[in-house]
Design a protein around this ligand. Structure first.
Ligand code: BES
Ligand code: MN
Ligand code: ZN
Length: 497
C-alpha cells in the first residue's frame, strides 16, 4: 500500500472515497463539520435519521454528496467524544478500511488523523494510521494452498489540517511504514510452523535481510563454533534435536565508529516441547512461537535498516529446538555455561534461559551501551500480567524509564517487575553454581534473576513477552510485539525523535 500526506481544501480534493469521523450524538469533529457545511448540511440531515448511532466502528457509505469533489463519503462512528482514545481511533480506522475494501475503491482520502484523540500528537496520529492500515492488510498465507486476492485498496492519502505539519507527518509516514514492515516480519515468523521455521530458517532470514539491506553484516555461529567457545548451556538444549542450533549475529554499523553498540538478544526457540520434562499436549502447537523474541529482533533490525538509523546496533538470536530425545538434557544434568558458571538443570523445560545465558555472555565482547533481551520466557509472566503488558526486568533506572516510556508511546506497553536480591536464593543448587528453576512461585522473577547472573558487565534489561507475542483463540497468531516498543526505543536512542 502507498501512503501520502495531503492538506488544503478538503471539499475540493478529488478522491474515490473520503473518510470522515462522527462522534456519538452526531457531534462532528472539525473536518466533518467542514464537509457538512460545504454540502449545506447533507451529512447532518442523514445522521439525523439515526443510521450511525451506536458504538465506535460502525460505518455508513454515502454517494453523491453535494458540493464535494470526492465520489463517496465513508462516515465512521468514533463513539462518545469524552471517551475517544487511541484504541477507539485504531478501531475506527480499521473499520473504515474494512468497509473500504468491500467497495473496491483503489484509493481513499482519510481525514481521521485530523481529529485524532487528544493523547495523540499529529506525528502519532499519522503513524498509528499507517501502522493500523498495514496491520489490517497483513494475512498469513504461506502454507495455505488458496491465496486470497490482494485487497483492492492501493493508495491511502492522509489529510492533515495544517500544511505546516507536513514534514512532521511525512516523518511519521516513514517511521510508520518501517515499523509496520518490522511487525509483519515478526508476525510471519511467529506464525510459521516449527517444521519450516527451524534455527536454520531463522539464520536464512537474517541472511535474506542482509541481501535487502547490504549495510547489514550477518555471521552465523555453527554448533562447532559454539563448542569451541564453550557454550555448554546453549548446546545442551540443542543436543536433544536433529536441527542444528545457530547463533545468529547481525551488525548494523550506522553510528560513529567509536560509539558503543545497542544490542538486542532474542530467544529463538523454534519449537519448545519441553524436552524430557515434556509439556502437556493441549495447545502445544503454540510453542512454535517460542522464537517470538528472536522474531522481534529481526523485525526491529529490519525497521532500523529501512530507516538507516544512525546507531550501531547488534542483533543476536540463539536459535534451537527443545525436544525429548535419547541425547537430550535430563533433570539433574549439570552443564557449564560460557561464563564458566555451572547450572543444574532441574527442569528441561526451562530451556530459554539456558540458550540466552550463553548469548548474553557472548555480548560482553561488544562492550555494549545497553543490552535488551526479549524472550517468551515464562508461563508465570502470563499469570502475572495477562496478555496486555510485557514484563520488564532491569536494575537500571535509566533503561527502565526509557523502555516503559517507549512502550507507552508505541502502545506496546511493558510493566516493571522486581529483580530484587531477595529472590536470588531461590536458584540455589546443592550440586552446581545455580539451578535453572526457582520453583513455582514468582517464576517470571526467578527466570529474570537467572539471566541477571550473566549480564553484570553492561546495562541490561529483560522483556518477558510470553503473554504479548501471541494471541490465542479463534484468531490465534503472532502479534509482532514488542517490535513497536523496540523500534520506538531505537528511534529515541538514535535522536530521530
Ligand atoms: N517457552 C516457555 C514459556 C512459555 C509458556 C511461553 C507459555 C509462552 C507461553 C518456557 O520455555 C517454559 O517452558 N518455561 C517454563 C519454566 C518452568 C519450567 C520453570 C514455564 O513457564 O512453565
Ligand atoms: Mn520451555
Ligand atoms: Zn521455551
Amino acid at each position: 500500500m502507498e501512503f501520502s500526506i495531503k492538506s488544503g481544501d478538503l471539499a475540493g480534493r478529488a478522491s474515490p472515497c473520503l473518510i470522515l469521523g462522527v462522534f456519538e450524538k452526531r457531534q462532528l469533529p472539525p473536518p466533518t463539520q467542514l464537509i457538512d457545511t460545504a454540502s449545506q448540511g447533507h451529512l447532518s440531515r442523514i445522521l439525523g435519521k439515526g443510521d450511525l448511532d451506536g458504538e465506535a466502528g460502525r460505518t455508513l457509505l454515502l454517494h453523491e454528496v453535494p458540493a464535494l469533489a470526492a465520489e463517496r463519503v465513508l462516515l465512521v462512528s468514533l463513539g462518545p467524544q469524552e471517551k475517544y482514545d487511541r484504541k477507539t481511533y485504531g478501531k475506527a480506522l480499521a473499520a473504515a478500511l474494512a468497509h473500504l475494501n468491500q467497495t473496491g475503491a483503489p484509493e481513499a482520502l482519510c481525514a481521521l488523523p485530523a481529529s485524532a484523540p487528544p493523547e495523540l500528537d499529529r506525528y502519532l496520529a499519522v503513524r498509528d494510521a499507517i501502522t493500523t492500515a498495514l496491520d489490517k492488510a497483513y494475512r498469513y498465507e504461506r502454507t495455505k494452498s488458496e491465496k486470497k486476492p490482494p485487497s483492492p485498496l492501493q493508495r491511502l492519502q492522509l489529510w492533515i489540517p495544517d500544511p505546516a505539519e507536513t514534514s512532521r507527518a511525512k516523518q511519521a509516514l516513514r517511521h510508520g511504514q518501517a515499523l509496520a514492515h518490522g511487525v509483519a516480519l515478526a508476525k510471519e515468523l511467529g506464525n510459521l510452523p516449527g517444521n519450516i521455521c527451524t534455527p536454520t530458517y531463522l539464520a536464512d532470514q537474517a541472511k535474506a535481510l542482509a541481501k535487502d539491506f547490504p549495510a547489514l553484516k550477518v555471521t552465523i555461529l555453527e554448533e562447532a563454533d559454539m563448542a569451541k567457545l564453550g557454550m555448554g548451556a546453549l548446546l545442551s538444549v540443542s543436543r536433544g534435536s536433529r536441527q542444528p542450533a545457530k547463533l545468529i549475529l547481525m551488525h548494523h554499523r550506522g553510528g560513529k565508529k567509536a560509539a558503543k553498540p545497542l544490542v538486542l538478544v532474542g530467544k529463538g526457540l523454534t519449537f519448545d516441547a519441553g524436552g524430557i520434562s515434556l509439556k502437556p499436549g493441549p495447545d502445544m502447537d503454540q510453542m512454535k512461537y517460542d522464537m517470538g523474541g528472536g522474531a522481534s529482533v529481526l523485525g526491529a533490525m529490519r525497521a532500523a535498516l529501512e530507516l538507516q538509523l544512525p546507531i550501531n546496533l547488534i542483533g543476536i538470536i540463539p536459535a534451537s529446538e527443545n525436544l525429548p530425545d535419547g541425547d537430550a538434557n535430563k533433570p539433574g544434568d549439570i552443564v557449564t555455561s560460557l561464563s564458566g558458571q555451572t547450572i543444574e538443570i532441574l527442569n528441561t523445560d526451562a530451556e530459554g534461559r539456558l540458550i540466552l545465558c550463553d548469548a548474553l555472555t557472548y555480548c560482553e565482547r561488544f562492550e555494549p551501551a545497553a543490552v535488551i533481551d526479549i524472550a517468551t520466557l515464562t508461563g508465570a509472566i502470563v499469570v502475572a500480567l495477562g496478555h496486555v503488558a510485557s514484563g520488564l526486568f532491569t536494575a537500571d533506572e535509566v533503561l527502565a524509564g526509557e523502555l516503559l516510556a517507549a512502550g507507552d508511546r508505541a502502545y506496546d506497553r511493558a510493566w516493571r517487575m522486581p529483580l530484587w536480591e531477595d529472590y536470588q536464593s531461590l536458584l540455589d543448587s546443592n550440586f552446581a553454581d545455580m539451578a535453572n528453576i526457582g520453583g513455582r512461585d514468582g517464576g517470571a522473577v526467578t527466570a529474570a534473576c537467572f539471566l541477571s547472573r550473566y549480564t553484570k558487565k553492561y546495562p541490561w534489561a529483560h522483556l518477558d513477552i510470553a503473554g504479548t507475542a501471541w494471541v490465542s483463540g479463534k484468531e490465534k497468531g503472532g502479534t509482532g510485539r514488542p517490535v513497536p516498543l523496540l523500534v520506538q526505543w531505537l528511534l529515541q536512542r538514535s535522536g530521530e525523535l
